[in-house]
Design a protein around this ligand. Structure first.
Ligand SMILES: C[S@@+](CC[C@H](N)C(=O)[O-])C[C@H]1O[C@@H](n2cnc3c(N)ncnc32)[C@H](O)[C@@H]1O
Length: 244
């Protein structure tokens, strides 16, 4: 969409001052180092699939190289995660779906504290090691299913309010819509929810379209890969397209 077509000062500023801006070199460098730490520590990991599976990889055992290539946030989008957290002054962040920790690391570079949830024990353990290697000490990596975490069934549960929530796992439309409802009590009016892979399947696209019309959602931004949902009360319900 052409910038002059965006009739929302908030979304216009978000695009101009964040989404279209290049990432700071120092942050970029940290993200490159994180990916390198994965490449330097190749392993085969046992996968417990709690989600909708992968379109590219066979189940059960995967190399970290293949996971990095097919399941992790690519470099430019990892930069955007860190830029979004910085732009929104996000203090507390929640990520559903740690995988090898690429997105978590990006968020942790700009936020005060990141809680990330991963259901696969071997993946959780591998990512936790990378966070220690890279001295990312503001990450609380939890091994749990999204459902059990959000319902507080076991030891860990969401706490307080999150400024930014990244839903990046279990790419099933009904599950995503359910997680959104379970997350609402932990959102304030300036929380940003990012949903990954909104065009991954018809069920994801259906859920995205439904969430855009959810009574709590005001602005929604379709970036073609991510769906951004804002709950800001000063904004009337509007949808935007911004290719990033
Ligand atoms: C696409 S990857 C996450 C990528 C990561 N956020 C990044 O930015 O690189 C999704 C991860 O979520 C985990 N996952 C999927 N469904 C889950 C569920 N229901 N509960 C817990 N973990 C789940 C998978 O094991 C996988 O590691």
């Amino acid at each position: 969409m052409h910038l002059h077509g965006i009739h929302s000062p908030f979304i216009y500023a978000l695009q101009r001052q964040c989404l279209l801006e290049p990432c700071e070199d120092a942050l970029k460098e940290r993200l490159v180092r994180f990916r390198e730490s994965v490449k330097k520590n190749p392993q085969k990991l046992q996968i417990t699939d709690h989600g909708a599976g992968s379109k590219y990889l066979d189940n059960h055992s995967r190399s970290t190289d293949a996971i990095l290539k097919h399941n992790c946030t690519p470099p430019r989008r990892a930069e955007l995660l860190t830029q979004l957290a910085q732009y929104l002054h996000a203090k507390k962040v929640l990520e559903l779906g740690t995988s090898l920790g690429v997105g978590t690391a990006a968020l942790a570079l700009s936020a005060e504290k990141v809680t990330t949830v991963e259901g696969s024990p071997a993946i959780h353990q591998y990512a936790s090691q990378r966070f220690v290697d890279q001295k990312l000490l503001n990450i609380n990596a939890i091994r749990d299913t999204f459902q059990d975490f959000l319902k507080g069934t076991k030891d860990n549960k969401p706490e307080g309010f999150y400024d930014l929530i990244f839903i990046d796992g279990h790419h099933d439309g009904d599950a995503t819509a359910r997680y959104f409802e379970l997350l609402l009590p932990y959102c304030h009016e300036h929380t940003l929810l990012i949903i990954d892979d909104i065009y991954w399947s018809t069920s994801m696209t259906r859920a995205w379209k439904k969430l855009q019309k959810h009574p709590r959602v005001t602005a929604s931004v379709d970036t073609f890969q991510w769906g951004l949902l804002f709950l800001r009360t000063e904004q009337r319900q509007q949808s935007f397209y911004i290719k990033v």
